[in-house]
Design a protein around this ligand. Structure first.
Ligand SMILES: Cc1cc2nc3c(=O)[nH]c(=O)nc-3n(C[C@H](O)[C@H](O)[C@H](O)COP(=O)(O)OP(=O)(O)OC[C@H]3O[C@@H](n4cnc5c(N)ncnc54)[C@H](O)[C@@H]3O)c2cc1C
Length: 326
């Protein structure tokens, strides 16, 4: 077993973790990010099946807050994002929707360029001493850090914090947070879909919430759709047979696929997809009224249940952790 020492440990290389890491590093802190996933970006997920490519997590991003708008402009200028559409059939005057280029994960990869990240490494336990945090990793190593930021979906964060004496009011705020599930089907087709430009459909009723045509979107070079089950359907089917559940969603998508037939498909279940009950603060500093070393939690459950919210939450957590030095 070896112990890695860092100033700040961030659990999670999703948008919140990567955004916080950049701000902290730019302010001169030594930061280590650890993520259990092989890829970067958490719920910004892409997958290849043969010649087909899919965004199977977040589908697009919107930008409202000034600093985030500036970041988006920078990503567009750098070529890792572009406007996908600002209106589609049924929603003529929408807000601009941006997509990652070539896939949504491009933004995460861009945010990760300067960072020190351990991938495919799960933090299995956190504990603390008087002056800092210890994180046990699933490879047997340990990280010792002065400060800790946890950005996993909150139920997973609560698991990690078991045994840590956090204030009761903050514990109950964390326990209130809830997420929708989402079953995502990635299906390769033998021809084009019947979905009109720009290649996306959001549905209000039935088992499907969203279908995107990855060929029209510019993500895939061959016809390929991502189908997202609705929150209700996904919660009910999350632990069912994935192949059967995927087929149910494909059958329900038939009117949008036109004459195209599915030649192959894979299914991914997101247990924590988008938060349905969020906390009003942009992040939570758990240590401020305690003897705990600095520890904060962040993610899309705090500053809003989407891409932008996760980034804003990461930035807010970075500020809060820097302020603990004052
Ligand atoms: C199917 C789906 C569709 C969506 N569509 C949209 C959309 O169209 N527009 C939009 O704006 N948003 C959308 N979202 C939401 C958006 O993806 C999230 O709001 C955002 O990506 C959350 O970022 P985050 O950093 O808070 O969390 P995450 O991306 O979940 O990052 C947390 C990271 O922590 C890691 N982790 C967890 N536990 C541990 C551990 N013990 N040790 C190490 N690492 C750990 C995980 O691997 C993960 O990478 C969608 C999400 C899903 C799932």
């Amino acid at each position: 077993m070896s112990t890695i020492t860092t100033d700040i440990l961030i659990i999670g290389a999703g948008l919140a973790g990567l955004s916080a890491a950049n701000d902290l590093q730019q302010a001169g802190h030594q930061v280590l990010v650890v993520d259990k996933g092989r890829g970067l970006g958490g719920r910004l997920a892409g997958r290849r099946i043969g010649d087909a490519t899919f965004d199977h997590g977040a589908q697009f991003m919107t930008a409202r807050e000034p600093r985030f708008k500036a970041a988006m402009a920078d990503w567009v200028a750098t070529g890792v994002a572009e406007e996908w559409y600002s209106s589609y059939p049924g929603q003529p005057n929408g807000h601009p929707r941006y997509r990652g280029v070539p896939t949504m994960t491009a933004v995460a990869k861009h945010l990760a360029i300067e960072l020190n990240i351990m991938r495919a490494t799960r933090v299995v336990k956190v504990s603390h001493q008087q002056t800092g945090w210890l994180a046990d990793l699933d490879n047997g190593d340990r990280v010792s850090a002065h400060k800790l930021l946890i950005t996993s979906p909150v139920p997973q964060t609560l698991e990690l914090l078991k045994g840590i004496n956090i204030p009761a009011d903050k514990q109950s705020r964390l326990e209130r947070i809830e997420y929708e599930s989402c079953i995502a089907v990635m299906a390769i087709l033998d021809g084009p879909t019947a979905i009109a430009a720009p290649g996306a459909i959001a549905l209000e009723k039935g088992p499907i919430a969203w279908i995107s045509d990855n060929l029209q979107k510019g993500v895939s070079k061959i016809p390929a759709v991502t189908i997202h089950g609705s929150g209700e359907f996904s919660a009910e089917h999350l632990d069912h047979d994935r192949t059967q559940t995927g087929q149910q969603l494909i059958d329900a998508a038939a009117p949008y696929l036109g004459n195209a037939q599915v030649t192959e498909y894979q299914v991914h279940g997101w247990r924590y997809s988008k938060p349905s009950i969020v906390d009003p603060d942009p992040c939570l500093l758990l240590s401020d009224t305690t003897d705990l070393p600095p520890v904060a939690v962040a993610g899309d459950a705090f500053a809003g249940p989407r891409f932008e919210g996760a980034v804003l939450s990461g930035w807010a957590a970075a500020r809060q952790l820097m302020d603990t030095d004052k």
